[in-house]
Write a protein that binds this ligand. Structure first.
Ligand code: SF4
Length: 462
């Protein structure tokens, strides 16, 4: 099977705007039910009893500067002393949760994100990792996925050395865009040399994986500038390159009001950026593994995708089926069996609860069997670009064609467009449809299916 997506202008024009960034299902936008501490502790104990794999995610919500394209619920401040009180609360939350489960269970995935994790100084990051090691089974076998998001403006060689020393073996470096005009428009000034230094440090220090994230469709960005940015990044030889499209949603993300809509590239330019990127990455030997992620052929994710065992959870790709995730920190998201929840966004409420030895307030939802079925379909599509009906039917005891009777006519239209192929037994993205897989996933999202189905129907006048 080739993993390089093809290209179709017609598919871009019809489906690119229906694509979305968030592939997790159910999405946190729909976490509306208050989840009590009792419910969370019960879910933790159930996870322990079922001996499901465990992942941890730690959120550091602070950033020293505001990037105008940002979608995170972060706190922008120059006051670095704020990290110390936050760290204290975070440690309380970690200890509270750890008391409820078997901490001998090996942690398969660990991720520090934000915000900017390196807003914490090196001593604080070491202290945080020590707290996690004291309370959970964090191993040093280098095969588990322990990753951290890195802002090259905030990190130097010695910080990279400290991160490797405390146990991280993967880095996600945010490069976004390298053109100075674009950088001024998004308020993020960052040179290629800063990124290059960190990649060299990561290689010297033997981090297993280096990911670099880029964004197309930014204000003042031209197809030529984005092609040059990608060419410069390709020279660094990252294991994975993530190429995400910018979506201007100022009503949802108020910081994006600083971006002038007239500075955004037109649809034809966005198409050229994505088309060029797909060609450049393919020519450089990267395989498309889904959701904007491209990986070198010898990268382990490209390999596990070939083996049909690639998964995607709230953190990252991986090969850990049925992995539960515990999120720590402000706005952190957890997934334990049927339960999904997100911690409060209110930093004062978060700190007060933790300092009183209580779990912070959280909102979430309990998945019904319908959610699990839809999630299985979306997982199969995003990670294998294919849904094998027999697998889903066996697992969930349903007749899938009957279950999807509402979506079936829309899927047939998508087949007619060349986006996918549909039989009685399977649904498979075409090579040129793979870049728009998330547009198909939206049909299965019961929380927004009506809007998207209506939008699709209008587009196609059916
Ligand atoms: S560094 Fe990342 S999280 Fe912080 S403002 Fe910029 S994009 Fe948002």
């Amino acid at each position: 099977m080739t993993n390089s997506p093809g290209w179709s202008s017609q598919l871009f024009n019809t489906y690119h705007r229906l694509d979305k960034q968030d592939s997790s299902y159910p999405s946190s936008d729909h976490f509306q039910q208050p989840i009590s501490a009792f419910e969370r502790f019960s879910a933790l104990r159930d996870s322990d009893k079922a001996q499901r794999s465990l992942a941890l995610s730690v959120n550091i919500p602070f950033c020293a500067n505001a990037c105008y394209y940002c979608t995170a619920k972060n706190i922008v401040t120059k006051d670095r002393s704020r990290s110390s009180a936050y760290l204290q609360s975070l440690e309380q939350e970690i200890r509270l949760v750890a008391q409820q489960i078997n901490t001998h269970q090996q942690i398969k995935q660990l991720h520090f994100g934000g915000g900017t994790p390196t807003f914490l100084n090196p001593a604080e990051l070491r202290q945080l990792m020590d707290c996690l090691k004291d309370n959970f089974n964090i191993v040093s076998d280098n095969f588990s996925q322990y990753s951290i998001d890195i802002d090259p403006r905030e990190t130097d060689w010695s910080t990279m050395g400290m991160l490797r020393d405390i146990g991280f073996n993967r880095v996600n470096i945010e490069a976004v865009g390298l053109d100075p005009t674009v950088q001024r428009a998004i308020n993020r000034l960052q040179s290629i040399e800063q990124t290059q230094t960190l990649v060299e440090a990561a290689r010297t220090l033997q981090f297993r994986t280096v990911n670099i994230s880029l964004m197309y469709g930014l204000p003042k960005q031209t197809p030529q500038a984005f092609a040059q940015t990608l060419a410069d990044i390709l020279n660094l030889g990252a294991d994975r390159i993530i190429v995400q499209g910018f979506q201007h949603q100022p009503n949802k993300h108020p910081i994006q009001k600083r971006i002038n809509a007239q500075d955004l590239p037109c649809s034809a330019d966005i198409e050229q950026m994505l088309h060029n990127a797909q060609q450049q990455l393919s020519d450089a030997g990267y395989h498309y593994i889904g959701m904007g992620h491209f990986a070198l052929a010898d990268d382990e994710f490209a390999f596990v995708q070939e083996q049909d065992v690639l998964q995607y959870n709230l953190q990252d790709h991986g090969a850990f089926p049925n992995c539960d995730i515990i999120g720590f920190g402000l706005s952190a998201i957890s997934h334990l069996g049927h339960l999904y929840y997100q911690n409060t966004h209110d930093v004062n409420a978060y700190k007060m609860a933790c300092n009183n030895q209580q779990l912070p307030a959280a909102q979430g939802l309990f998945c019904k069997s319908d959610d699990h079925i839809r999630r299985s379909i979306i997982q199969a599509l995003t990670c294998q670009f294919r849904v094998d009906f027999a697998r889903i039917e066996q697992r969930h005891k349903i007749n899938l064609k009957e279950y999807l009777r509402e979506q079936w006519p829309l899927l047939e239209h998508m087949q007619h467009d060349g986006l996918l192929t549909l039989t009685e037994h399977s649904l498979q993205m075409t090579p040129s449809g793979r870049l728009f897989t998330l547009a198909v996933c939206q049909l299965f999202d019961q929380y927004c299916a009506h809007d998207k189905a209506a939008e699709y129907a209008i587009t196609h006048a059916i």
